[in-house]
Each structure stands twice: as structure tokens, then as C-alpha cells.
Design a protein around this ligand. Structure first.
Ligand SMILES: [Zn+2]
Ligand SMILES: [Zn+2]
Length: 382
């Protein structure tokens, strides 16, 4: 059968505006709507034909292609036989606005869900996973045993004792929905609802699986391996698709939701992607200089303390912090230097300290240091 011209189908011309095309389609759709013409095959064909024509003519790219090449345009436009009435509804739902079609809530359960029945989905499973700084720095693979509802192996998730105990639902004849007549402003119309007998399955199970009592699911311990990316922080949630509970009698699994629990480190404090370490040095180390070790996420690092280092100095070890979760570089390790003041001295030590008391070199001269102090304070409160 040769295809009719799209403009002819809608009764519009090449120069018609998008609004005129929309209006023409709305009229056709209302006239040939299957709800108004129950069981009328010809009307249904016309309805689909109009939908196909509108699909092309309402899309500027497709329309340009059609204007240039007609039905033989490269790539084609799809055929009206590929359109089903329910798709047309979801695709062109907006077109019926203001025409009373909004009241057709019964059609397939209303609210956009015009497909036979949304896919059944198992529930999500939530777990908490502890990570330490090392895990956060490098990312980590976790292998866990997680209690979930899995598919019943005895019945392969069908809930039936054997394949022969599954038959077609007599109420809906296997379609999963039932059609009712209803009175509307257009007169008697059909409306479709989910079958109350099989809840959309379209199946009747005469003998239930004894292992799962017809649920199709079983409590299981699943070994699940997943990777926690570098840079995660407390309270973040990872979504591992399809690793949650199985759905009743088939369908798709829920997700595994992994909540990140960040373990506090004894030595390193986290500040976003930076790490902070509070280092104490002795008076001789501050005076004479020294090489000391500081902890990092990847073991110890050696840093050198310059002779004459003041208490409160901050050393920045670039790139020794944590990686950014979105890949924006790596933070730093900030080493705050504190001077350890001895709190207990021997007699000799005490007399040695007294010899320093009058030394000019030991008198504070903070003029230079104070400037740094304020700069440091400012950077801390940024
Ligand atoms: Zn079973
Ligand atoms: Zn049924």
C-alpha cells in the first residue's frame, strides 16, 4: 500500500504554520480517537496515520527532510504500524490540553502511565560502609556479603511450582488490563485499568512454588563487589544499580545504596581536600633546625625544619592531601608547627635556662613575625 502524503492526511499545506498543523492534528485525533470509535479498525488506522504525519510535520528537522525527499527520505520516518495508541498518548499528550481529554484518567491508570503496566521493581537496600583516609585517598574496592531478597532458584522467580502451573489470567485474557465502558462528555467511552485479578501480570498461577510461597524471591546473602571512588566524604551516597532486592515474581532489581561513613584519623584532620597535621618540635629543634617525620595518607614523610623556625609556622606539602571527588586536583597537607615548652626541668636545665634569660638573642623581636601571623590568620579564615 503506498503511503499517503502527510500534508494530505492532516488536510494542511506546506505553508501551514506549526499552530495550524497542531490544530489540524488535534481535530483528526479527536475524530478518530479509539475511545470514541471502539472496535473500529479503520478509525484506529486513521488515528495512527495522523499521529505519524504529525510526528513528522511538527518536527522541523523531519519536516525539512520530508519536504525534500518525501517518504523515501534517507533514514525514513517510521511507519504508522509501529505506533501504538498508548505511545501516541504519551507522545502527544499535551495536544489534548483543554479538550477534555484530561478527564480520561482511567485510560491505562492515568497520569502518563499509559503503557500496559510499569515494570515491577524490587526495593532498594541501604548499607553503611566505613572508609579511612587511605581508602579515601586511593579509592577502595569493597567485597561485602549483603543480605538481600534474591530471585528464587526453585521457580526462576516466577513464583510457580512448574511452568505448567502458569496459565493465562482468565479475567484479562493475559493482557494485564481490563477495559470498561464509562460515560463521558463524548458519550460512552472505553477506559482501561489494571486487571484486579493478576495485578497486570496477565498470568494465573495454579500451583505456587513451595520454596518461596509464590513470591519468586528468597532471602539470600549476596557477595557484592563494588568500588568506592577516591575523594568521597562522610554522608555521601553511592548508588549501585540493580544490586538491591529482587522484585516479586520477576521484574527488575532495586538498587544498593551505599552510605559513606568516614573514620576519623588519629593524627590527620580533614579540611575539604586538605589535611592538617599539628607538629610539635622541641626548643633545640626550633633553634638549630632539624629533620622530622610527619604522617601522610601514604606513610611517613620527612620534612626539614629550618634553624630559627618560629612556633605557629605552617608548612604546606603540596599534593599530599586528598584527591577531589570530581577530579579537580589533589589537596595539600598543612603542617602547623608548635613549639614544645618543657614543663619539668632538672636543676641543671633550670640553671641553663637562666643563663639564656638575659641574652639579647633570646628576647622576642616579633615585628617581622607579626606580619606573617596576620597573613596566616587571614588564610585560615578564608
Ligand atoms: Zn520460588
Ligand atoms: Zn489478569
Amino acid at each position: 500500500m503506498s503511503k499517503r502524503d502527510y500534508y494530505e492526511i492532516l488536510g494542511v499545506s506546506k505553508s501551514s504554520t506549526p499552530d495550524e498543523i497542531k490544530k489540524a492534528y488535534r481535530q483528526m485525533a479527536l475524530k478518530y480517537h479509539p475511545d470514541k470509535n471502539p472496535g473500529n479498525k479503520e478509525a484506529e488506522e486513521k488515528f495512527k496515520e495522523a499521529a505519524e504525519a504529525y510526528d513528522v510535520l511538527s518536527n522541523s528537522e523531519k519536516k525539512a527532510r520530508y519536504d525534500k525527499f518525501g517518504h523515501n527520505a534517507p533514514g525514513g520516518f517510521g511507519r504508522s504500524s509501529e505506533y501504538n495508541v498508548e505511545d501516541i498518548f504519551s507522545q502527544f499528550g499535551d495536544i489534548f490540553g483543554g479538550f477534555g481529554f484530561g478527564g480520561f484518567g482511567g485510560f491505562g491508570g492515568g497520569g502518563g502511565g499509559r503503557r500496559s503496566e510499569p515494570m515491577r521493581r524490587g526495593s532498594d537496600v541501604r548499607i553503611r560502609v566505613k572508609v579511612d583516609l587511605k581508602d579515601i585517598a586511593a579509592g577502595v574496592e569493597k567485597k561485602l556479603k549483603i543480605p538481600v531478597l534474591g530471585r528464587c532458584e526453585a521457580c526462576s522467580g516466577t513464583g510457580a511450582k512448574s511452568p505448567s502451573s502458569i496459565s493465562v489470567c482468565p479475567t484479562c485474557k493475559g493482557s494485564g488490563h481490563i477495559t470498561k465502558m464509562a460515560n463521558t462528555i463524548f458519550g460512552a467511552m472505553q477506559s482501561t485499568t489494571v486487571c484486579p485479578q493478576c495485578h497486570g501480570d496477565g498470568k494465573k498461577i495454579t500451583e505456587l512454588c513451595t520454596a518461596c510461597h509464590g513470591e519468586g524471591t528468597m532471602k539470600k546473602e549476596e557477595n557484592i563487589t563494588f568500588r568506592i571512588p577516591p575523594g568521597v566524604r562522610e554522608g555521601m551516597q553511592l548508588n549501585i544499580s540493580g544490586k538491591g532486592n529482587a522484585a516479586r515474581r520477576g521484574g527488575i532489581n532495586g538498587d544498593l545504596l551505599v552510605l559513606i561513613n568516614e573514620e576519623q584519623n588519629d593524627e590527620l584532620v580533614r579540611d575539604e581536600n586538605d589535611l592538617i597535621y599539628s607538629l610539635y618540635i622541641s626548643i633545640p629543634q626550633a633553634v638549630l633546625g632539624a629533620s622530622v617525620e610527619v604522617p601522610t595518607v601514604s606513610g611517613k614523610a620527612k620534612i626539614s625544619i629550618d634553624p630559627g623556625t618560629q612556633s605557629g609556622k605552617v608548612l604546606r606539602l603540596r599534593g599530599k592531601g586528598l584527591p577531589d571527588i570530581n577530579g579537580y586536583g589533589t589537596g595539600d597537607l598543612l603542617v602547623y608547627i608548635n613549639l614544645w615548652t618543657p614543663q619539668k626541668l632538672s636543676r641543671e636545665e633550670e640553671s641553663m635556662m637562666e643563663t639564656f634569660a638575659d641574652s639579647e638573642n633570646f628576647k622576642p623581636n616579633p615585628s617581622k613575625q607579626d606580619k606573617n601571623f596576620f597573613e596566616r590568620l587571614k588564610s585560615m579564615f578564608q
